[in-house]
Structure formats: structure tokens, C-alpha cells
Design a protein around this ligand. Structure first.
Ligand SMILES: Cc1cc2nc3c(=O)[nH]c(=O)nc-3n(C[C@H](O)[C@H](O)[C@H](O)COP(=O)(O)OP(=O)(O)OC[C@H]3O[C@@H](n4cnc5c(N)ncnc54)[C@H](O)[C@@H]3O)c2cc1C
Length: 384
């Protein structure tokens, strides 16, 4: 990837900057973290504005309703929206960042036409029903079963840690369609409507005090066979596509935000006298180098995934491992620079700090990313 910008790309940046300057003042105030209907409406409203201005699904393929923008334009979009303080994906994250891209890559023409436009237009929210009480890191141990009955699957079981289930219209759901097959061979990937009879959502409160995710109980839920993405029992392969998006590209927008937070921290340290501490300065310097390297890795991953047909590879595990740890170190450093004042800054800041703890767990723990890097990139033997 060429890291200098062409005149055309600079023009794209300038146009986007002008649009953001006009659009952002029109946004309503951000709802409180606990106001889920408010958060849904706010995030969908922003997505709608992006859509109407031609910025939705910028880097998605054109035949999936996207704009087919270059990787560089996508990164410029992330840089500029963050610089302007625009909202990020919010409640739309599963739809925009991994369910949507999976359907774009693996769905039929009819499935793309049904599910992708409402995601891009900000009309429907998705959640992810992968993890179960006995299947997290070992996802292939999942037991939620789907029995074929005519044109439907009848699904029973339970999911856990389902982010945004409370406000979702659809769930990317993993089910076991063949209990006799070897465990990776009997799984299917379904799109389940969240208003189907038999679904109970029980919100779980996090350390940060908000109900970001939920338990989801499924009791004879009927899901049309036509909602299966990929072949029956080929869901593990489709899942790997979803996870490659989740680890490979879903966090990239946040790297820009972390670089901004680091800049704010350095400024705060200069103002409150902590800058005189050489150990702290070195720590901030190391973080600066880390986030610059992560941004370069992001550029490489994004352009590599565009080059190889749009699906990120296992390089996403390297990124996810380093990013989740760097994010935690950033908020640890913030606590040191700001002391008790960090708690008083704003509710959002405190939430970000507490939620940084979850980043080494969500989307596959650090231990699991290390196993993937060891086995699939370094070629080391599988652990027993
Ligand atoms: C904020 C957040 C949001 C989430 N959102 C969703 C969501 O929307 N949908 C969804 O389906 N899931 C979601 N998850 C669940 C997440 O994917 C799981 O928590 C994660 O995969 C770990 O599974 P587990 O919690 O069952 O832990 P376990 O798998 O029980 O792991 C426990 C510990 O054992 C370690 N361990 C396990 N196996 C190995 C191994 N082979 N080698 C080395 N160490 C190992 C783990 O690293 C971990 O430290 C979310 C989680 C978080 C924190």
C-alpha cells in the first residue's frame, strides 16, 4: 500500500471534512449509556445520515450495496470521522462490522438484498449469538440445536454474552444441525429474527454498570431454512469468515480514537506537572510508538484484505492481540497521569476505562489469539 495520499484522496478527505462540519451540529445530544432505546435510535440516526450522504458501507463491495471505495479512502474516513468527534458504529457494530460483511461474502443474492440495505440505511440492528455457557474459547463445543421441520429449523438452547441483544432485530446464530458429525462439521450459521416466538432475552449488567450484553434463551424458535448462510453443516467455515472480520477489521476505527486519547493524556501531563516524571514520559512514548505501529498494521491489514477478495486473514489475530493489550495499557497510563481526576472527567471516560478490561476477552481471548498466531502463522505444533 502506498502511504502517501493522491490528489483525489485529498479531495475525498476535504469533501468529507466539509460534510462532517455541516452534519455533526445537527445531531441530537448523546443518550445516557443505560438508555438502550435512545442509543439504538441515536446510532441508527447517524447511520441514516451517513447513508443519505453516500458514506455508508464505503468499502463494502458495490454488489453488496457498498461504495467500493479504496482501502485508503476507508482509512481516511475513519481518521476524519474520529478527528471531527463523530459517533462510531455503536449499536450497529455487529451488522456493519461482521454480520453484514459475512453476508456480503457468503450470502446468496437474495440474502444480500434482504439484509444488507437495512443495515446500511440504519434500519436494522444485529447481534451475535455465538458463545454459550459451555462454549466460549472452545466455540465448536456449542450445543444449541436446530432440528429440521419442513421449511424451518426449530432451535432450542441458550446463548450468553450476546451484545446488544436487547435492541437487535436479527441475530447471527450458530446452531448444531448434526449432532452425530465431528463437532466442527455439524454447525450451521443462521440469521434469526429476534422477534420470533420462543426467544427470551435476559440482560446482564457489566462492571461498568450498563447492560451491554445479555443471555438469550431459545425455546423451539422457528427459523426459516432460507435464513441459513452457507451450506447446512458448513457453518464453521462461515464462522471463520465472521471472526476474521471481527478480529481483523472491526476494531480499526478505535485505533484512531486511542491515538487521540494518548495526545490528550500527554497534554494533561504537561499541564498537571506529571510530565517531569521521566518514567511516565517513557511510558507515554512507548504507547505512542505502539499505536503508530498498530495504525501501520491496520493499513496493511485493510489493504491486504482488499487485495485478497475482501475477507481479512489470520493477521487479524496479531492485530487484535496487540490492540487489546495496548488499549488497556493506555487507560492504565491515563489513571496514572490523571489520578483521581480520571474518575471525575466524564461518565464516558470511566466507561471506556472499565470496558478496556473486556477487550482481551471479547472476540476471542488473548490466549486464543496467541494459539492462532503460534499454530497458523508461526507453524508451531498444536497444543494438547
Ligand atoms: C465485552 C464482551 C462482549 C462480548 N460479546 C459477545 C457477543 O456479542 N456474542 C457472543 O457470542 N459472545 C460475546 N462475547 C463472549 C466472548 O467471545 C467470550 O467471552 C470469549 O470467547 C471467551 O469465552 P469464555 O468467556 O467462555 O471463557 P473461557 O473460554 O471459559 O476461557 C476462560 C479462560 O481460559 C483460557 N483458555 C481457554 N481455552 C484455552 C486454550 N485452549 N489455551 C489457552 N487458554 C485458554 C481463556 O483465555 C480464558 O482466560 C463477549 C465477551 C465480552 C467480554
Amino acid at each position: 500500500m502506498d502511504l502517501t495520499y493522491t490528489a483525489e484522496e485529498e479531495e475525498f478527505r476535504a469533501r468529507l471534512r466539509r460534510w462532517l462540519a455541516r452534519a455533526l451540529p445537527a445531531l441530537p445530544p448523546r443518550p445516557s449509556p443505560d438508555d438502550w432505546p435512545g442509543r439504538r435510535a441515536y446510532d441508527l440516526g447517524w447511520q441514516r445520515m451517513l447513508h443519505d450522504a453516500g458514506y455508508a458501507g464505503l468499502h463494502w463491495p458495490v454488489d453488496a450495496g457498498g461504495r467500493g471505495a479504496t482501502p485508503t479512502q476507508h482509512l481516511i474516513f475513519l481518521e476524519e470521522t474520529e478527528r471531527a468527534g463523530a459517533p462510531y458504529v455503536g449499536a450497529n457494530f455487529v451488522g456493519l462490522l461482521h454480520a453484514g460483511p459475512t453476508i456480503a461474502a457468503e450470502g446468496t443474492a437474495a440474502q444480500r438484498a434482504r439484509w444488507l440495505p437495512p443495515v446500511l440505511r440504519g434500519e436494522e440492528v444485529w447481534c451475535q449469538g455465538f458463545s454459550e455457557p459451555g462454549a466460549g474459547s472452545d466455540l465448536a463445543a456449542l450445543r444449541t440445536r436446530a432440528r429440521r421441520d419442513g421449511d424451518d429449523y426449530v432451535v432450542s438452547g441458550s446463548k450468553i454474552w450476546t451484545s446488544h441483544a436487547e435492541v437487535a432485530d436479527w441475530c447471527e446464530l450458530l446452531v448444531r444441525t448434526d449432532a452425530e458429525a465431528p463437532r466442527h462439521k455439524g454447525i450451521s450459521w443462521l440469521a434469526m429474527p429476534m422477534d420470533a416466538p420462543g426467544i427470551t432475552v435476559r440482560p446482564l449488567r457489566t462492571l461498568a454498570g450498563s447492560t451491554e450484553f445479555a443471555e438469550v434463551f431459545l425455546d423451539d424458535v422457528r427459523v426459516p431454512v432460507a435464513n441459513r448462510v452457507g451450506a447446512e453443516n458448513d457453518g464453521w467455515r462461515v464462522t471463520m469468515v465472521t471472526l476474521s472480520f471481527e478480529r481483523g477489521t472491526a476494531f480499526v476505527g478505535e485505533v484512531v480514537a486511542c491515538r487521540r486519547v494518548l495526545g490528550e493524556l500527554a497534554r494533561a501531563a504537561r499541564e498537571n506537572g506529571r510530565w517531569d516524571d521521566a518514567v511516565l514520559r517513557r511510558r507515554l512514548g512507548r504507547l505512542n510508538a505502539e499505536f503508530r505501529a498498530l495504525w501501520r498494521l491496520t493499513q496493511w491489514n485493510v489493504s491486504e484484505s482488499a487485495r485478497t477478495g475482501g475477507v481479512p486473514g489470520v493477521g487479524g489475530s496479531v492485530f487484535k492481540l496487540r490492540y487489546s493489550q495496548a488499549r488497556q495499557s493506555l487507560y492504565d497510563a491515563a489513571a496514572e497521569v490523571l489520578g483521581a481526576a480520571a474518575l471525575e472527567l466524564s461518565a464516558e471516560w470511566t466507561l471506556d476505562r472499565l470496558s478496556s478490561l473486556s477487550y482481551t476477552i471479547a472476540a476471542g481471548t488473548s490466549q486464543i489469539q496467541r494459539n492462532i498466531v503460534a499454530e497458523r502463522i508461526l507453524g508451531l505444533p498444536k497444543g494438547r
